[in-house]
Design a protein around this ligand. Structure first.
Ligand code: COA
Length: 347
């Protein structure tokens, strides 16, 4: 028996939370296409759908998270935002609710970003929506409405995505009967990796290194020749372009039309085209196209987030999905305990 190292295609849970069709390039979140949901919903509305609640208000929970900062010691001083999130989230009380944890991860991400640049912290304003308040806390001033819409579109788009690695991690932890905070802390650790949620910062590095469209093909070719992966390209499930790339690209377009631009969209599109071609030549039997991280980088940069805060922002959105999966796992799941094949040979 060979080992199925990547568990490709293995079904480990039944879920009502999201459905990924990798052949068609379609994503449904809580019964609605990602395109429609991202265009109409706030993050709180998406949480309500995922958590099967009438409405969700994260304001008081943001304030509660902020009130905990003093007790966190140096957790949020870690130079890596995901290390900081993991350490700070681990301080939350075990009995924390879905709303409390979800709000806290967003607040910790915003506070970490401010601290990294030695900027003063703004306490949360519970009257604002989650996206408006997180942007305000990160920028140090209220955010214009189009930027708030942009962050909402981002957070909604990344709330859930089938049995991705961090969600699986959360479900494995939940399946042992452990607590919600532990499940989220483990999931943060999984999301940190560059093959999962750690790619958008490097995507921006890549756009900067390429510099101009004319350099894209040779730069990308050299990366492949050196045995490196092109960040923001390829996906385990999608055999076509990740539908979330289109949603986020459209969000950037909307921001440009409203006068908010970094001027990177044109270059990003050229680099995406070149990367698709270079990868098609190298892997003719495999469709390697843009994934969610590609335009995450461009969108979050346009929103003014520092690149170290990109993956923490991903965590702030995905926590909504993680905590919903933990609920499902607890209701219907069985201890997740696969098998291994013993061999004396080194692996
Ligand atoms: N750049 C270069 N090569 C890539 C690649 C990329 N972005 N994505 C896949 N490949 C290569 C693999 O190395 C593999 O080559 P090999 O057979 O010589 O080892 C081949 O293409 C097939 O890979 P595949 O089975 O499609 O990849 P996977 O399912 O194991 O991995 C990812 C999926 C997402 C981890 C992978 O595409 C990747 O590393 N992408 C870059 C990181 C990224 O953007 N992560 C965010 C994901 S949302």
């Amino acid at each position: 028996m060979g080992a199925d190292a990547g568990l490709d295609g293995v079904v480990v849970a039944q879920t009502r939370l999201s459905d990924v069709d990798g052949e068609a390039g379609e994503l449904v979140i809580a019964g609605e296409s990602v395109e429609k949901l991202a265009a109409r919903a706030t993050f709180e509305q998406a949480c309500a759908l995922l958590w099967d609640e009438k409405s969700v208000d994260l304001g008081p929970a943001r304030q509660a998270a902020f009130a905990r900062l003093q007790g966190l010691g140096t957790a949020l001083d870690a130079p890596d935002g995901m290390d900081a999130l993991r350490a700070a989230t681990a301080h939350l009380p075990q009995e924390s609710t879905k709303a409390e944890i979800t709000a806290a991860v967003g607040v910790f991400a915003a506070v970490w970003a401010r601290r990294q640049h030695s900027l003063t912290l703004l306490p949360p304003d519970a009257r604002l929506t989650h996206a408006a308040d997180l942007l305000r806390m990160m920028r140090g001033e209220p955010a214009p409405e189009p930027l708030v819409r942009g962050l909402d579109a981002y957070l909604v788009t990344v709330t859930d995505h089938g049995m991705n690695a961090s969600t699986f991690t959360a479900r494995v932890i939940a399946s042992t009967g452990s607590d919600l905070v532990s499940a989220v802390v483990g999931a943060i650790g999984a999301l940190k990796g560059p093959l999962h949620g750690g790619a958008p910062g490097p995507v921006l590095d890549m756009l900067e290194a390429v510099g101009a469209a004319a350099n894209a093909e040779s730069w990308l070719g050299a990366e492949l020749a050196a045995g490196r992966r092109i960040m923001g390209m390829g996906h385990r499930i999608y055999r076509v372009r990740d539908p979330r790339a289109a949603v986020l690209e459209k969000a950037v377009e909307g921001l440009e039309a409203a006068g908010f631009t970094t001027g990177r969209l044109t270059l990003a599109r050229a680099v995406e085209r070149a990367a698709t071609q270079v990868l098609a030549r190298r892997y003719p039997d495999r469709q390697l196209q843009a994934n969610v991280e590609f335009y995450t980088a461009v969108l979050l940069d346009t929103l003014g987030l520092p690149r170290g805060a990109f993956t923490p922002a991903f965590a702030a959105g995905r926590t909504a999905g993680w905590v919903a999966h933990v609920d499902e796992q607890r209701r219907t799941g069985r201890l997740i305990r696969p098998a291994s094949r013993y061999s004396r040979d080194p692996c």
